[in-house]
Design a protein around this ligand. Structure first.
Ligand code: FES
Length: 362
């Protein structure tokens, strides 16, 4: 059997595999062969019309692929929802051509500036990584209590141990090794960081931007093989569904922080409802992070129903529709929330350092 690769238009993580049959072969052996090539990422199969039925020596019915007939199937690097595969397939049946020749790394017939998107993704993510790492290691200027404000940087929330009034269990614990740098952010930042790192959208984005695999759709890639995310280390990306539970808890915590930011202390220590620019910054932060988290592919899968089937219960169907709506703009929410969570930390930090001043609206 010959194998041809092609990338599905409109489905960045899918590939079309076409198999050409040199000689008659039972359907199940072809499927087994494809499954072996593709591991558990076998996502969909269509046969062309030329299959025949025959009886095996022990009278079982067997579907056989005729000589010269072809199979096509969709291979998912990370399995996208089946509906996406189906949509991509429908799109493809009318339009796809399957190139049989491998392109050299970077070679393409595209005439547009395809490299701009990976370049901007690289710059955006690299800037955020550098800033957030620096901010996480600072261990100070992460809260603001001047003029009665009650702000906490989202990078440091929830603050388990620390010096601010927000610390749940008090100051740095005595058992913390003296040689080990302490910052409250390091105790919690791994959870939202892991959630983003394993996000389906970000995976596609940083695979392209950071290690050119592939550099862009229909552009030659550096590798010959295509193991996808079936093996170590990328198989660990499947942990995303578990990070989702943590991310949902973080949304609750940040919601609490945003609500606390509405309450300003007067000189006697009593708190009154008010609004400062920081309140708006922290409220917007939780709205954007919530829109990103509630549009997660894993949540959509979790909430939608069963394997290949949307739940018939109206409440499930409603939730599925809501998550799908957010999911349709997942990339936009991902970038807006990334930018704003970094800005929220910067805002609290600069106000706490006295470089900016928080404006109290009422
Ligand atoms: S897929 Fe992006 S957050 Fe889950």
């Amino acid at each position: 059997m010959k194998r041809y690769h092609g990338t599905l238009p409109g489905a960045a993580r899918c590939r079309l595999i076409e198999l050409q049959c040199d000689e008659a072969a039972p359907l199940h052996s072809a499927v087994a062969l494809m499954t072996r090539w593709d591991g558990r990422r076998f996502a969909g199969l269509r046969t062309e019309s030329r299959t025949i039925e025959r009886r095996t020596p022990n009278a079982e019915r067997q579907t056989v692929l005729e000589k010269g007939a072809s199979y096509r199937y969709v291979q998912g690097q990370a399995i996208p929802p089946n509906s996406l595969c189906r949509a991509a397939w429908a799109n493809l049946m009318s339009s796809a051509t399957v190139p049989s020749k491998r392109r050299a790394f970077g070679a393409t017939m595209r005439r547009d500036a395809w490299w701009t998107q990976p370049l901007f993704v690289f710059l955006g993510l690299a800037t955020f990584l550098v800033y957030s790492t620096w901010a996480a290691f600072q261990g100070n200027h992460y809260w603001l209590d001047q003029n009665g404000a009650n702000y906490l940087s989202p990078f440091y929330s929830p603050e388990l141990f620390g010096n601010s009034p927000h610390a749940i269990f008090g100051p740095k614990p005595g058992w913390w090794p003296s040689w080990l740098l302490f910052s409250p952010a390091l105790l919690v930042l791994w959870a939202p960081g892991g959630f983003r790192l394993t996000c389906y959208y970000y995976r596609g984005a940083y695979y392209k931007a950071f290690w050119a695999d592939p550099p862009a759709c229909a552009v030659g890639e550096p590798r010959i093989g295509y193991p996808g995310e079936n093996s170590f280390p990328l198989i660990l990306q499947n942990i995303h569904r578990y990070f989702l539970y943590l991310a949902l808890l973080f949304i609750l915590v940040l919601l609490h922080d945003a609500w606390s930011a509405f309450w300003f202390a007067d000189p006697s220590g009593a708190r009154h409802f008010g609004l400062g620019v920081g309140t708006i910054v922290l409220t917007l932060n939780v709205i954007l992070l919530g829109s990103y988290t509630f549009g997660c592919h894993s949540l959509r899968h979790l909430i939608g129903g069963f394997l290949d089937e949307v739940s018939k219960q109206p409440i499930h169907a409603k939730c599925y529709a809501c998550v799908s709506r957010l999911n349709g703009r997942h990339m936009l929410w991902a970038w807006m929330s990334l930018f704003w969570v970094g800005f929220s930390d910067l805002y609290v930090r600069l106000c706490s350092m006295g470089i900016w001043h928080d404006w109290r609206i009422f």
